[in-house]
Each structure stands twice: as structure tokens, then as C-alpha cells.
Design a protein around this ligand. Structure first.
Ligand code: SAH
Length: 260
């Protein structure tokens, strides 16, 4: 297949979990791969689309439970491509957002291997869709910032809180559950109002999806009640919650909300 010759690598976005949010291109590439290295965040419904006979290799990393380090993953991709496989690297959401894609692209290029990216629906977009709201608001939320609140083990978060504490921005904090207290304290210290609306959403797009609408000063308490699934913190005026929001959302799972 010309799109996916033997000995090449595709970095493919698997979206937030719901297989219906996969692109048609991603689905086609999945059908044509010979080996798929996939992350822990790739939804089970997406993996169900993998045809029998395709080798499925988990290389998932969830915080605290590292199964493969990044250098080993880079090496696996290169070696599989050198062995003539059609290598698909399946990543949660969009591969270009907090996905360590750069290391994999560089490793492939350094080895002279053709590598390309197929985009995916990122968690923040899926969350907005489920919640039935917009991440930007004309005149009120003119800026959208994707930031990760994940620090290397034992190291403090190095974030420029002043630049993030913008009342006219929406902040999508990836990997922010463990740092919820720090996020809340530092954004308030940098001037963001305590009553700034926040929505925490876990397992966006999956049947187990759950969200909680709260405010910045209560974020820490709310984050403690979350389960083990991936969660996104959405902060800013655009997150003002109204009961009617969900009427337009496609997800029918009852959500637990407080203070709405
Ligand atoms: N490349 C991915 C992000 C990887 S970082 C993307 O574009 O979405 C992993 C973080 O993404 C998680 O810690 C969580 O903050 C967020 N995330 C991924 N999938 C999610 C989901 N289904 N619901 C909520 N947050 C999710």
C-alpha cells in the first residue's frame, strides 16, 4: 500500500478513547499496519478495530507504572521498521500534544526511516464536545492554552504561573490531577480570581466519563474525589457551567456535578 510501505513508521492519534472519534485515515492505517505499539491511554474500543494477525505491543506509560522508557520505545520502532514491518505507533489523543512524539520522530529520522504523523482528537476537544461548551468565547476567552502540570519525579513544577493567570484565557491542564493543589494555589497567587470556573473531566468520551464543575479555590478538594482515569482540568470563564449545557452533548452517561 503506497500510503504505508514496509519499513516505515506512522505516529497515529487514537483520540480520547471513543473509537468513533478516530479519523478515517487512522482507521485505514490501523488496518494496514503489521505491528502496532500502543499507549496505555488508547481506548479498548480502538484496539478492537485492530485486525487479527496484526502484532499488538503495549508500551504504555501511566504515571508511576512505567512499563517501557522512552528510549526503549524509540528503539523498538526503529528496529521494527528496519526489519521491514509497517510500524504504527498508536498514541492517545493527538500525537503532537504531550505525546513525546519528537523523540520518536528524531529516532526514526536519525536511522533514515520514513516517519509521518496522523493527527487525532485531543482530550480538550473531546471534553468540550462532551460538556456541550466552547473552549473559547468571543470577547471573554480569547486565548486557549494547553499546558502540562506533570513534573519529573522529585522535581518541582516549572511553570510561569503569571503568564497562565490570564482571566481572558481558557487553560487546559493535561496530566494535572496530582498537581491540582499547586495549580489552584499558584494561579490564585498570580492573580486569578478564586471563583474562576473550573471543570474537571475524567475519561472524556468513554462510557466511564465523569465531570465535576467547581471553582478554582475548590479545585484541590474536587480533584481528590477523582478515580484512576486520565483527567483534564479546564479553567476559565468559558467553563461557566449551566445545567442546559449537557442537553446538546452526545454523551448520555449521567455526570456527577457539584456546585452547579
Ligand atoms: N496526546 C494526548 C495527551 C497525552 S498526555 C491528547 O492529545 O489528548 C495524557 C493526559 O491527557 C492525561 O493525563 C489527561 O490529562 C489527558 N487525557 C487524555 N485522554 C483523556 C480523556 N479521555 N479524558 C480526560 N483527559 C484525558
Amino acid at each position: 500500500m503506497s500510503e504505508f510501505p514496509a519499513g516505515t513508521v506512522w505516529l497515529v492519534g487514537a483520540g480520547p478513547g471513543d473509537p468513533d472519534l478516530l479519523t478515517r485515515k487512522a482507521e485505514r492505517l490501523i488496518r494496514n499496519a503489521s505491528v502496532i505499539f500502543y499507549d496505555a491511554l488508547v481506548g479498548p474500543g480502538v484496539l478492537d478495530l485492530v485486525p487479527p494477525g496484526v502484532r499488538l505491543v503495549p508500551v504504555g506509560k501511566r504515571s508511576g507504572r512505567h512499563s517501557k522508557d522512552q528510549a526503549s520505545i524509540d528503539r523498538l520502532l526503529v528496529e521494527a521498521a528496519q526489519a521491514g514491518e509497517r510500524v504504527l505507533r498508536l498514541k492517545g489523543g493527538d500525537p503532537s500534544i504531550f505525546g513525546r512524539s519528537n523523540e520518536e520522530l528524531e529516532a526514526c529520522r536519525a536511522a533514515g526511516i520514513t516517519v509521518a504523523i496522523c493527527p487525532g482528537v485531543t482530550a480538550a476537544s473531546a471534553a468540550a464536545a462532551s460538556l456541550g461548551l466552547s473552549l473559547t468565547l468571543r470577547g471573554l476567552a480569547r486565548k486557549l492554552t494547553f499546558v502540562t502540570a506533570h513534573a519529573r519525579a522529585g522535581e518541582p513544577l516549572e511553570i510561569d504561573w503569571t503568564s497562565l493567570a490570564d482571566p481572558e484565557a481558557t487553560l487546559a491542564v493535561y496530566m494535572g490531577k496530582a498537581a491540582a493543589r499547586e495549580v489552584s494555589v499558584n494561579l490564585r497567587a498570580a492573580g486569578l480570581a478564586p471563583q474562576t470556573p473550573v471543570i474537571v473531566i475524567e475519561n472524556a468520551s468513554l462510557p466511564s466519563e465523569r465531570h465535576i464543575a467547581t471553582r478554582l479555590d475548590l479545585l484541590e478538594i474536587v480533584a481528590r474525589s477523582l478515580g484512576a482515569g486520565p483527567a483534564l482540568l479546564l479553567i476559565g470563564q468559558a467553563m461557566q457551567w449551566h445545567r442546559s449545557n449537557r442537553a446538546s452533548a452526545s454523551c448520555e452517561v449521567p455526570a456527577r456535578t457539584i456546585s452547579d
